[in-house]
Design a protein around this ligand. Structure first.
Ligand SMILES: *[C@@H]1O[C@H](CO)[C@@H](O)[C@H](O)[C@H]1NC(C)=O
Ligand SMILES: *[C@@H]1O[C@H](CO)[C@@H](O)[C@H](O)[C@H]1NC(C)=O
Ligand SMILES: *[C@@H]1O[C@H](CO)[C@@H](O)[C@H](O)[C@H]1NC(C)=O
Ligand SMILES: *[C@@H]1O[C@H](CO)[C@@H](O)[C@H](O)[C@H]1NC(C)=O
Ligand SMILES: *[C@@H]1O[C@H](CO)[C@@H](O)[C@H](O)[C@H]1NC(C)=O
Ligand SMILES: CC(=O)N[C@H]1CO[C@H](CO)[C@@H](O)[C@@H]1O
Ligand SMILES: [Ca+2]
Ligand SMILES: [Ca+2]
Ligand SMILES: [Zn+2]
Length: 649
């Protein structure tokens, strides 16, 4: 594919060159043994004819599987087939489901292995039979007869009925430990266990009652005995326990002899979740990670952030890139467990040791930027970064390619913005100023800065022209908007205009700009005429002046209209949300290669349209405080300041 012009924007020009306490909040890992001897799914090119054998009937039929004679006949064929082709005796077979698909006419028979009156939880087979009664495909994972005879010999160690209660209580406690709900010995002593015979199967079932509510929502759980194959094919006696908790419905197999969890699943299917520094924490110095569940905004990302099990989705594909190359599809990414992206992070170690957490954080923050900017108007039509445009507007096929711990540099980050329809590319580097090194992936202001390059480049001059903020004042404002959006996202209720912000402080160990962003003219003396200085010809220096001016504008809006606790509320009665909105609207209004004065005027017009001038004076006063008042003017590198506001303000 021909690559059109692409503006690569760096975080910083060039830079000269402690570890927080961690709380690992691991999600519970669900799993089933990966059986080594699992049979292949066998698809027959020529269907196999099998004659049902009336003397070899499945040991049991569950539910309605026997009711319909035509379906029952197919089940008999399946049983005969397993006996003949897989040497599985009918006496060890329980038909759990059987039906004929109306559309295809194919009958699907599902079978479970049993032994000694209990289920082999993962001894399964399925047999597919065509309308003529021939087997077209099948698969089975039955335990071997060798494994069965070994476990039968171990029956001697099986606790007698009198010992069942103790064994089951022990298993119940062990399950609770695993899912991180504590059951004390005193709780355990109050639990009662009763055995009943299942109406349908006749198998004994155990009801566990008087369970404390933190361990079981309705105070009870159920259990039955089972066998389960371990990965190596050997069998273990297990308690199959079903336990409902607030957000979970566990089904677990606990080894009767050792108390260890042999398999566990959660019948509640879990939404996307991420163990990350949430968006109200800028970096690890501000707090601990936590599990964030279903963070995707339903308007901005109606189908969620993830497609599949890895850090890939409609808005961004995040991956490692130690070589610094430009391919991404097959690069390394972590795999979720049931939608949970939850990995360890030890900041006392080198960043490479926590690459999974770094990629997860990058994926989270880039998606956050996508959704947030979408809400404020960086939509499909406006040229945002998405694989599929659900509205049909704009050009799709351009999710952001985000590289975590990219090997092509250090102490920086960058973002390449090609025209709408081509992937934005974000490279995040490791920072080497501290020991151990730090990872920019964990610092929201850096990721926000980079993503905002994509926003400003696409919005200014239209989505297909990305040559509008290339250098000089326009390029400098590109840097400035990036710092500004990063700043805006950090402000929280309780902050006042005396809060100073340093960009890149976590990664670099100190701020990477000349001055902190501050409403104090002592702390940050930047004004419009700083652009006269020969040391202010570089885009990041120019950007610092623009972002400082906008910081004044932001605080005037917040002081006048208050602060939304979360920018995602898109509450346009609040100062920080108004600021975000007029910044993006201004980008859409302004011409290609704008000057400070033009960009200012676009923001003023955006406010006029958004709130009819109600916030006009607050904005003007912010500009004027730093020399960009109504009569400011400029001509290339000469800038004349003015500190006045329009009459009436
Ligand atoms: C039995 O199932 C077959 C296949 O679904 C269906 O065509 C037939 O009508 C059923 N017979 C009865 C008696 O329900
Ligand atoms: C093993 O236990 C099952 C029930 O759990 C019982 O049916 C079977 O007879 C026992 N076998 C031996 C050899 O004790
Ligand atoms: C903003 O512009 C639109 C389109 O011209 C217009 O319909 C709307 O009334 C304007 N809003 C304000 C407050 O000026
Ligand atoms: C700003 O310029 C206008 C003319 O464009 C002039 O009328 C006005 O007096 C000036 N204001 C100040 C404060 O200099
Ligand atoms: C900046 O340049 C303009 C035009 O040359 C000049 O009028 C102004 O005094 C300069 N400002 C500063 C602070 O140097
Ligand atoms: C121009 C373009 O790529 N538009 C696409 C945006 O997304 C919708 C939904 O997938 C597609 O139908 C459009 O073709
Ligand atoms: Ca696009
Ligand atoms: Ca553009
Ligand atoms: Zn930048």
């Amino acid at each position: 594919m021909v690559k059109l012009t692409s503006i690569v924007s760096l975080l910083a020009a060039s830079l000269a060159t402690a570890s927080a306490a961690q709380h690992y909040q691991h999600d519970v890992v669900t799993f089933t043994p990966a059986l080594k001897n699992k049979g292949q799914f066998k698809v027959y090119e020529k269907p196999v004819s099998v004659t049902a054998d009336s003397s070899a009937q499945a040991a049991s039929f569950i539910g309605n599987t026997k009711k319909n004679s035509s379906v029952k006949a197919k089940a008999d064929i399946a049983v005969a087939y397993l006996a003949k082709n897989h040497n599985i005796p009918a006496a060890n077979i329980k038909v759990t489901d059987a039906y004929t698909d109306d559309r295809s006419g194919i009958s699907h028979i599902y079978i479970r292995q049993t032994s000694g009156g209990v289920d082999v939880a993962n001894g399964l087979a399925n047999v597919n039979i065509d309308a003529k009664g021939q087997v077209i495909s099948s698969s089975q994972s039955f335990a071997s007869s060798d494994a069965l005879s070994k476990v039968k010999r171990s029956n001697g160690s099986l606790v007698a009925r009198a010992g069942d209660d103790a064994s089951l209580k022990n298993a119940f406690k062990s399950l609770n430990n695993y899912v991180k709900t504590t059951v004390s010995d005193s709780d355990l002593s109050k639990i009662t266990i009763a055995s009943t015979s299942d109406l349908v199967s006749g198998e004994p079932h155990y009801s566990i009652t008087n369970v404390p509510s933190h361990a079981a929502v309705d105070g009870s759980a159920t259990a039955k005995k089972a066998l389960i194959q371990k990965a190596d094919g050997s069998l273990a006696h297990a308690w199959a326990i079903t336990l409902k908790q607030a957000d979970h419905w566990w089904n677990a197999y606990i080894n009767q002899d050792t108390g260890s969890v042999e398999a566990i699943s959660d019948w509640v299917s879990h939404a996307e979740s991420y163990n990350v520094y949430p968006r109200n924490l800028n970096d690890p110095s501000e707090g601990s990670r936590s599990i964030v569940t279903s963070p995707a905004h339903t308007t901005a990302s109606p189908k969620g952030w993830v497609s599949g099990t890895k850090t890939t989705g409609n808005n961004v594909w995040a991956q490692n890139n130690p070589t610094g190359g430009s391919t991404w599809k097959n690069n390394y990414r972590p795999t979720s467990n049931n939608g949970a992206f939850n990995y360890p992070l030890d900041l006392t170690k080198a960043p490479s040791t926590y690459i999974d957490s770094a990629i997860t954080q990058l994926f989270y923050t880039v998606n956050t930027m996508h959704d947030l900017s979408y809400l404020y108007g960086f939509t499909e039509a406006a040229g945002n970064f998405q694989d599929v445009n659900y509205s049909g507007s704009g050009v799709g096929g351009d999710y952001v390619v985000a590289y975590a711990q990219d090997g092509s540099g250090t102490n920086n980050a960058n973002f390449a913005t090609p025209p709408d329809g081509q992937h934005g590319v974000m490279r995040m580097y490791v920072w080497t100023e501290t020991s151990p090194n730090r990872d920019g992936d964990l610092e929201q202001d850096i990721v926000a800065h980079e993503y905002t390059h994509g926003i400003s480049n696409r919005l200014t001059g239209g989505p297909s022209n990305v040559n509008c903020l290339g250098s000089g004042e326009p390029g400098g404002m590109g840097e400035g908007w990036s710092d500004t959006i990063a700043n805006l996202m950090r402000l929280k209720p309780g902050d006042t205009r005396s809060r100073n912000l340093l960009l890149g402080q976590y990664s670099y160990g100190r701020g990477i700009r000349n001055y902190p962003y501050s409403t104090s003219t002592t702390t940050n003396p930047s004004t419009f005429a700083y652009l006269n200085k020969s040391t202010y010809r570089e885009v990041h220096a120019i950007g610092e002046v623009w972002a400082e001016i906008l910081y004044e504008v932001i605080w005037n809006l917040i002081d006048s209209k208050g602060m939304a606790a979360d920018l995602f509320s898109h509450d346009l009665t609040k100062g920080n949300s108004i600021a975000f909105q007029v910044l993006l609207d201004g980008m859409k209004l302004q011409p290609c290669n704008p000057t400070f004065i033009e960009a200012r005027d676009a923001i003023i017009q955006a406010e006029q349209n958004l709130s009819g001038g109600a916030n006009k004076c607050a904005i003007w006063k912010g500009f004027a405080k730093r020399g960009l008042g109504v009569n400011a003017s400029s001509d290339y590198w000469s800038h004349t300041e003015d500190y006045s506001v329009p009459s009436g303000c």
